[in-house]
Design a protein around this ligand. Structure first.
Ligand code: NAP
Length: 291
């Protein structure tokens, strides 16, 4: 990759460009196989606007990758049984290889019970107990898309992790915890910070790599960042109808060695990894040739 740079000279880690390369590669793989196309199925409950946008993009990019996709949309008033039936039908359908339950679902519903219906092979979001257990044990399985996308960005931009110090901010099962595990597996000495961390600047300022997955606009400023460090922004906040990350981009880009934009960094990579996982799901189910 011949990277663009920010005005301050940091490498701009372009998630859209990398996503497009991955989508093109997947399309080549799907066309070369000439057989059944991997199929992603989504279940969307309620009228959360960002969720609708994310799901639309997932279908659009699946199509660009030459894959099939289908989706069920249920109203926010849907019962637990209706949501479970939708996921259960995809679980039983041999033409569906990957199932994505778009989170969050309305608070009145039990997301855990719905996720538990997704077979591990079809769990392309990597969020079920089985997938999380496999990740923890180092066994083959699906890895959550957002942290996996961060690892792909680090690899693509040649960011060394071995022996480096990394800090992940956030400890959710969706992002922070699997991200911490993936960085440890990539040989980084990794700290996980969270809302009870006493001094976040102190926790971050010796890090070679910072991944922030919080959702507090512009939480991370130049004081948190060692000169030359890599800063990856996962957090999404809406400020005056604009999307803003956890990282104060304008200030931090002047200090960082590499940085992701928000939007245009980790979001597109989440979709790219979802599609990678769907092809892998079809392989696990014996419906697609091995890599
Ligand atoms: P979450 O479940 O709300 O977790 C947020 C984490 O941030 C928690 O662990 C929380 O600590 C920690 N935190 C909150 N305030 C903090 C503070 N002031 N200092 C340090 N840590 C703090 O959210 P999530 O699902 O992990 O998502 C995190 C963010 O990433 C959200 O903005 C979400 O929209 C975004 N996201 C982006 C993508 C993408 O593709 N870019 C994908 C998924 C999610 P405690 O555990 O102590 O409460």
């Amino acid at each position: 990759m011949n990277p663009a740079r920010t005005p301050g000279g940091a490498v701009l880690m372009d998630g859209e460009a990398l996503r497009d390369r991955i989508v093109a590669r997947l399309r080549g793989t799907v066309e070369a196989a000439g057989g059944p196309r991997p199929c992603l199925a989504t279940v969307l409950v309620g009228d959360d606007k960002p969720s609708h946008i994310y799901v639309r993009w997932k279908h659009k990019k699946a199509e660009e990758a030459g894959m099939l996709s289908k989706g069920v949309e249920l109203p926010g008033s849907a019962s637990q049984a209706q949501v479970e039936d939708a996921v259960g039908a995809f679980a039983a359908d041999p033409s569906v290889h990957g199932i994505l339950l778009q989170l969050p679902i309305p608070a009145a519903l039990d997301a855990e019970r719905v996720l538990a219906l997704i077979p591990p092979e079809k769990d392309v979001d990597g969020l079920t107990e089985a997938s999380m257990g496999r990740l923890m044990r180092g066994l083959p399985g699906h890895v959550p898309c957002t942290p996996l996308g961060v690892m792909r960005l680090l690899e693509a931009y040649g960011i060394e992790t071995r022996g480096k110090r990394a800090v992940v901010i956030g400890r959710s099962a969706l992002v922070g915890l699997p991200q911490t595990l993936l960085l440890i597996r990539a040989d980084a000495t990794t700290t996980c910070a969270h809302s009870r961390t006493r001094d976040l600047v102190e926790a971050c300022r010796d890090a070679d790599i910072i991944v922030s997955a919080v959702g507090v606009a512009r939480l991370i400023g130049p004081d948190h960042v060692k000169p030359g460090a890599t800063v990856v922004d996962v957090g999404v906040s809406r400020v005056e109808s604009k999307i803003v990350g956890d990282v104060d981009f304008d200030a931090v880009q002047a200090v960082a060695g590499a940085i992701t934009p928000m939007p245009g960094g980790t979001g597109p990579m989440t979709i790219a990894c979802l599609l990678e996982n769907t092809v892998e799901a079809a392989r696990m189910l014996g419906a697609f040739p091995p890599a």
